[in-house]
Design a protein around this ligand. Sequence first.
Ligand code: ADP
Ligand code: MG
Ligand code: MG
Length: 255
Amino acid sequence: MAVLEIRDLHVKVETDEGTTPILNGVNLTVRTGETHAIMGPNGSGKSTLASTIAGHPKYDVTSGTITLDGEDVLAMSVDERARAGLFLAMQYPVEIPGVTVTNFLRTAKTAIDGEAPAIRTWTKEVKAGMKNLRMDDRFAQRNVNEGFSGGEKKRHEILQLELLKPKLAILDETDSGLDVDALKIVSEGVNRAKENTGLGVLLITHYTRILRYIRPDHVHVMVKGQIAEEGGPELAERLENEGYDRFLAPGDPIE
Ligand code: ADP
Ligand code: MG
Ligand code: MG
């Protein structure tokens, strides 16, 4: 059992014009075994929350805390966050020339576990994981993210999730750019990780579509850098029908 606690989090972002406050007191608790959806209009601060948990240097925490089982996440390096059991999908979005998927996965696994995985079981696990995600065997020999399609990037992300076995995963817009078939495959991967390892999920999404496949226990609506409303799965259904209009003042800019 692990618990990620975000308390009264205030975050500013550095821009050319100075610093702008983006998160204005966010409170959230996610435990292993739970699935939380963070929804909200574009520009409300959802990705800023994800990037802050991930330790992105652009985002400046001015007050508040993030802890994992009481340990100060904000004091951890990005690597330490991963070793502590956090999976941050945006952590590996970059192309890594000359590093194949196979080598990347084994290096990541070794870094997280503190020892190299036993070759034979590991190779089996990778193969099985790829098969589950309907990835071609040849994918393993490609360089990470080099020329990956949107769907391949997402499936590679979920492959990491299934192999690295984190306690809690933060998935930002995992549904974006996926057709229905790819969305189903990706969602099944997340659901397998939930079943097999009791993974806790913080699923960030503007749209309700992915929530048909990954059922949230709790739904939070972020508006202007704060959680404006919370509820169960029925809140997502309401947002699907009504959109975010009632959270926005007339004339509010929409990004
Ligand atoms: P969401 O993910 O909900 O669409 P974001 O967290 O991406 O929202 O953005 C929230 C606000 O912060 C937006 O106004 C956005 O322009 C601004 N913002 C976020 N990141 C940066 C950044 N790196 N530089 C400048 N502005 C940023
Ligand atoms: Mg956005
Ligand atoms: Mg975003």
